[in-house]
Structures are given as C-alpha cells and as structure tokens.
Ligand binder design. Structure first.
Ligand code: NAP
Length: 246
C-alpha cells in the first residue's frame, strides 16, 4: 500500500535541517506540496526544496520565527491565500539548552519554551482556520521522550516537550468533532545537529535496538500519522526511540 498525499498542503516548521528536513522530503515523496519553514538557514532550506523538486515533488521555502506571532500570522496568511488550504501541520521547530537547573537562565527558558511550545501554539492557531474550513486536517507535534520521562540536565527542554503532550491531548479532544486529528511523536536520541558531539556509542549501548535513531525513523511515524492508515488515531504520542523509554 502506497501512502498518497496528493493535493495536500503540508507545512513543516524547522525543516531546513535534521528531523524536519527528513519529514519534509518524505512528505514530498508522498506527493504532498511541502512548505519548508526555517528561521535563518536559507541555503539549507533551499537544498531541501531542490531535493524534493528534483525527485519529482513539489515544495517551497518560507522563513519565519515560530516564536514570533507577527511573523507566523503573516506567513500563514500568505500561504493560506496562495493555496486556499493547509492540510498538514508538523510543529517540529525546536532548540535545546541543556544544563543543571541551578545554572539555567530565564533567557534559556524563554528561547526553548517559546520555540517548541509557544511556536506550536502560534502555528496551530493560525493554520487551524484553514483546517476548520475544510473540516479536516492533521497536526503532529514533535515532542521528546524527555517530555515523558524527564532527564537530569534537561528540565527546561523537558518542560517544553511535556507541555506539547498536554497541548496535543487537549487539542485532540477539542478538534475531533471538526475532523482534525492531533498527535505527537516523541523521539529518543536522533542523529542531527542537536545531538552532535554526544558519544553515539555510549548512547547506543543504552538502547535496546543498539543504535541511535535517524531522522527518517521519526519521519516514518509522522507519515503514518498523516495518512489514512491513522484515521482513527488522535491524542496519542508515538515514541520513536529504539526501545530506550519503555
Ligand atoms: P536541528 O537539527 O537543530 O534543527 C532545528 C530546526 O529548527 C532547524 O531547521 C532550524 O532552522 C529550526 N528552528 C530553530 N528555531 C526556530 C524558530 N524559532 N523558528 C523556525 N525554525 C526554527 O534539530 P532536530 O534534532 O532536527 O530537532 C527537531 C525537533 O525534534 C525539535 O523539536 C527537537 O526538540 C526534537 N527532538 C530532537 C531529538 C534529537 O535527538 N535530535 C530528540 C527528541 C526530540 P534554521 O536551520 O534556520 O536554524
């Protein structure tokens, strides 16, 4: 069975690199028109767009800071007017600022929580009007296993990611009657710029599947949640971590 998302407009935040870029390419391979959001790295975002187009897909890039309401509002309005619809929203943009709680600064809190949690809130609330009009839509929030289990040295990041799970469950209940499904994906350790510098062998030795995750591993769960195969699933968090958090 092939997943076909033809005719659907999919907005992926933070899609210039890492997990977001894989999600964007996989959505493109399923024939969705992919809107690749990024904050600063235009060259990387353009490369993702070109890869999708060169593989026969359809994509565009759009710069905005997910934590800035004016930017989100303006960008989503332009997208909505251009395409008339937004069918899929993947709230993926995120940053981490790790450290023990006594050393954490309120500026770290603002950056991490505003990017992951407020960013998801802003993008969702502005994209939602198009989904409500269509009486259908899929929203997928990229959380983390640390949002479920916590982690020493990641209290700020874990707060943002746990918040995303509450946001997902509440939205799922609120929007089910409108045909909009809201789920989360919680990755474990995934090889991206965010985890660069960590000792992969040491991490892999703690993972039952004995390897770190790849961005495509997360992309697979997201594609499933966007597909008709997941038509009866909402409010859930799919953990993609090789068995780390059981
Ligand atoms: P990454 O490689 O560092 O990429 C981050 C992406 O987010 C980039 O595309 C970046 O854009 C974008 N971004 C950052 N701040 C933004 C903002 N304010 N507005 C718009 N875009 C912004 O990160 P990743 O590892 O792929 O992580 C993706 C998501 O998965 C994050 O939410 C992260 O918390 C979550 N996650 C990652 C892991 C892991 O092990 N890697 C595990 C669990 C959860 P620019 O290129 O323009 O800077």
């Amino acid at each position: 069975m092939k997943i076909d998302l033809s005719g659907q407009i999919a907005l992926v935040t933070g899609a210039s690199r890492g997990i977001g870029s894989s999600i964007a390419k996989m959505l493109g391979a399923c024939n969705a028109h992919v809107v690749i959001n990024y904050k600063t790295n235009e060259a990387a975002a353009s490369q993702v767009r070109d890869e999708i187009i060169n593989s026969g897909g359809s994509a565009e890039i759009v710069a905005f800071d997910v934590a800035n309401e004016e930017e989100v509002k303006a960008a989503i309005k332009v997208l909505g007017e251009k395409h008339g619809r937004i069918d899929i929203l993947v709230n993926n943009a995120g940053v981490s600022k790790d450290g023990l709680i006594l050393r954490a600064k309120s500026a770290d809190w603002d950056e991490v929580v505003h990017t992951s949690l407020k960013g998801a809130f802003l993008c969702t609330s502005h994209a939602l009007r198009y989904m409500l009009k269509a009486k259908s839509g899929r929203i997928i929030n990229i959380s983390s296993v640390v949002g479920l289990g916590g982690n020493a040295g990641q209290s700020v990041y874990a707060s943002a990611k746990a918040g995303l799970i509450g946001f997902t469950k509440s939205m799922a209940k609120e929007l089910a009657s409108r045909g909009i499904l809201v789920n989360a994906v919680a990755p474990g350790f995934i090889r991206t710029d965010m985890t660069k510098g960590m000792d992969e062998n040491k991490v892999a030795s703690m993972i039952p599947l004995s390897r770190v995750g790849l961005p495509e591993d997360v992309g697979g769960a997201v594609i499933f949640l966007c597909s008709e195969l997941a038509a009866y699933i909402t409010g859930q968090t799919i953990v993609v971590d090789g068995g780390l958090y059981i």
